[in-house]
Design a protein around this ligand. Structure first.
Ligand code: HEC
Ligand code: HEC
Length: 313
């Protein structure tokens, strides 16, 4: 429409429209129709018809958390003590030998701009404190993927450097580069400081062998989720597979071996799902204490990696 209006405003174009308008307009319309006809069309003949029922299965997404070998906190411990403990401390309290002197990198758009002209701005250096991995409040708010990004890219404007090949804008690059799977290993080791072996053992016991009243019957977590977290626990889990779309395909909420999903869940979200339930997942508020639910959260996450107690535990 805008094209047609502006044509009418200039006398030059009025002339053009008078002489060519009758021919140009139908040509435009024809081009538009031809172009529309050339768009890719959706094929209605589905593969379902040829494979005999069900929708065609999408190729499995690449596992972002490695599945073979699974991340191992024990392997991560070696990296941690070699590289991370200088700032985070061997026991993860954020009190390593370098911690006291750390400052945040001064880089920001302003300093970078002046740097182009050879001027180095002397800003104030702020102290930057390494994270204390025993701080459960902080650790429960971070999904594993977020920590992965932090370790890979570094955290801008703090002393937390990048261990991946390239630092995020405003972060430092550490001289040592870790591969993605090494980052996962060390991440789960850092995580281990925020739980304890007793907590994991208690949760394993509840998960696999404590029958809890869920309304019409009693059941263990494993009866639905499976002892291996893959949603294969017997009759009850078969029932779930019939009700919940992903379970038959071993993906989606409640399938703890679906690492791409579990890797994105914050511990606080998992807590909420266990406490309040969701759909066929019963709520356990009042049936389990808050500490027991947090323990279960820590335990459920061990379906993604091999747990090992952290130093000092
Ligand atoms: C040069 C010191 C230094 C080294 C070495 C270092 N870190 Fe950090 N790290 C920090 C600082 C400082 C922070 C806090 C950043 C902030 O203020 O948000 C931090 C934060 C983190 C966080 C985020 C925690 C949270 O609650 O958000 C993770 C995870 C982490 N470090 C893991 C590691 C791992 C794993 C290594 C070793 C591979 C490592 N760090 C090595 C200084 C360091
Ligand atoms: C009756 C079967 C059943 C029982 C028993 C059960 N769950 Fe679930 N659970 C489910 C289903 C189904 C889902 C997926 C719900 C949805 O669609 O979000 C789920 C979801 C979850 C989730 C959220 C996962 C996510 O990433 O979204 C957690 C965590 C969880 N269950 C833990 C537990 C724990 C711990 C127990 C034992 C205290 C337990 N469940 C007992 C069926 C069950």
């Amino acid at each position: 429409m805008r094209g047609v209006e502006s044509v009418a405003t200039s006398s030059m174009e009025i002339l053009l429209q008078r002489t060519l308008g009758f021919r140009v307009f139908p040509v435009i319309v024809a081009v538009v129709f031809v172009a529309a006809g050339c768009q890719p069309t959706v094929r209605v003949r589905g593969e379902a018809a040829t494979t005999g029922g069900g929708l065609p299965q999408a190729p499995p997404p690449t596992a972002l958390v490695p599945t073979s070998p699974r991340p191992s906190a024990a392997r991560g411990r070696e990296t941690f003590e070699k590289i991370c403990s200088v700032c985070h401390g061997a026991e993860g309290y954020g009190d390593g030998p370098a911690a006291a002197g750390l400052t945040s990198p001064r880089r920001n758009p302003m300093t970078d701009f002046f740097k182009l002209f050879g001027i180095t701005l002397k800003g104030e250096k702020l102290p930057s404190r390494p994270a204390n991995f025993h701080n459960q409040i902080a650790m429960r708010l971070n999904a594993p993927f977020v920590l992965f990004e932090t370790i890979r890219l570094g955290r801008p404007h703090t002393a937390m450097p990048a261990f991946g090949p390239k630092a995020a804008y405003g972060a430092n690059k550490w001289p040592v580069t870790l591969k993605d799977n090494e980052i996962w290993d060390v991440l789960f080791y850092a995580w281990a400081f925020s739980t304890t072996p007793q907590t994991i053992a208690l949760a394993r016991e509840i998960y696999t062998s404590r029958p809890i009243d869920i309304g019409a019957r009693t059941a263990t977590c494993a009866a639905c989720h499976g002892p291996d977290g893959d949603g294969k626990g017997g009759a009850l889990s078969d029932e779930m597979a019939a009700k919940v779309w992903g379970w038959a395909r071993e993906i989606g909420p409640g399938i703890f071996t679906d690492v791409n999903l579990l890797g994105q869940r914050k511990p606080s979200e998992l807590f909420q799902r266990i406490a309040d339930g969701r759909g066929p997942m019963p709520g356990y508020r009042g049936k389990l204490t808050a500490d027991e639910i947090w323990a279960l959260v820590d335990y459920v996450r061990t379906f993604m990696y091999d747990y090992t107690p952290a130093r000092g535990q």
